[in-house]
Ligand binder design. Sequence first.
Ligand SMILES: NC(=O)c1ccc[n+]([C@@H]2O[C@H](COP(=O)([O-])OP(=O)(O)OC[C@H]3O[C@@H](n4cnc5c(N)ncnc54)[C@H](O)[C@@H]3O)[C@@H](O)[C@H]2O)c1
Length: 457
Amino acid sequence: MGIMDKKTATDRISRRAFLRSSAAAGLGVALAGPALAQAPPQAAPAAAKSADELRVAVIGCGAQGRVLIESMLRIPSVRIAAICDIWSYSRQYTGNYLKKYGHVANVYEDYRELLAAEKDLDAAIVATPDWVHAEQANACLRRGLPVYCEKEMANSLGQARSMVLAARETGKLLQIGHQRRSNPRYIHAIDRLIRERRLLGRVTVAYAQWNRAKADLLGWPEKYVIDQATLDKYGYGSMTEFRNWRLFKKFGGGPMVDLGSHQIDLFSWVFGTRPKSVVASGGLDYYKNWEWYDNVMAIYEFETKEGTARAFYQVQTTTQHGGFYETFMGENGSLVLSEIPQRGNWAMREPHAPEWDSLAKAGLLQSETLPIQKSTTKNVFVDVRVTAEAGRWPLPVELARPAHQPHLENFFDAVRHGTPLTCPAELAYESCVAVLKANEAVKARRVMDFRPEQFKA
Ligand SMILES: NC(=O)c1ccc[n+]([C@@H]2O[C@H](COP(=O)([O-])OP(=O)(O)OC[C@H]3O[C@@H](n4cnc5c(N)ncnc54)[C@H](O)[C@@H]3O)[C@@H](O)[C@H]2O)c1
């Protein structure tokens, strides 16, 4: 019987609150939703280790650890050999889930015990809260293991720097989990269309947002309370801090870092340079029980080869209207992307711009533009000064895999064949410098300048 089935009445009530709050924080998929309910296509590799099999340890089996495991089970010849988590709930759930697919993983509470006992590992995945990434990733690197560590690298620059140095010193691979860097849709849009083919001409403005619905603090089933001595041992003051680590300064960076880190990384990718300055406004305006800002609006300035460009980023956590996406705007057109293709996967041409038909013929864009939605609102005069919106040219690239799978594949290919990582530690460090500075700018209430040497660890 699984851990979900053995509930007392009290547990059931707690668990409902737990799932409700988990779903609100985007955890529902991993805990109870379709991603884990669907059978991943791969069973465990055969018992005897094949030549190309990689034995992997996963440290941190919460929501994201399980999302990564779900993707890893789809990648041939990857065996989850060991898992570690300080929470019995995560250990049991993940251990049971893995058993269903024939992966009998050794289970640990403390990553130090895992590293001491497991002598036959080929790689480690670190998916714990941001504040322990440096300690754990560095220990794995020093044990000789290549590491895939979740974003944000760390919630302090000192820790992030130590990770770059540890990777450099040990000569081991360190991939950071900005998974859009390996997403074929993003690579096509940014490398092929915007940078190589110059689809948008000079890009002058970027805009990205992550608008989230309001949410309660995450709860936990009473049965899985961690005793205070264990919480103290691992640095958490209470179950509330432990479950809601992102919102507290000691453990995370708030929504700006948690969500912004994915999208602000794209600004530098598109502009081909790091930002020159950032100015930001934000605050803890809605929630009473958080430490970090619940909304931030930041403007980064870039000095590109073609001149100044600006990127506006908004994160807010009280309404989900508009969701999350990124837009890049240039003199000849705009391009909208989102990790969820329905929210962004198309380009729009400015009327005066050179034609795009030849790009469509070359298969770089889809040839059919989508018709503009006609407004059905009655009694509205269409003002002649309103510029007609351009038609949408959908991008032809699809990703028929979970969003994290290509990034893990890129990591495992690098481990096996020495191919380049798409998000090595040095690159992620640059992104970390840019993102952490926005929180500083909110606090300082002034423009913060970057010096080029600040982006080097
Ligand atoms: N790339 C992405 O799209 C993406 C999405 C979500 C989260 N993340 C990142 O993944 C990481 C984990 O986030 P999450 O949403 O899974 O959080 P979570 O709270 O759901 O899970 C964290 C897990 O780590 C465990 N843990 C905490 N401290 C530990 C320690 N010292 N040693 C071992 N285990 C420990 C907890 O018990 C929990 O099971 C974070 O860095 C987050 O930023 C990335």
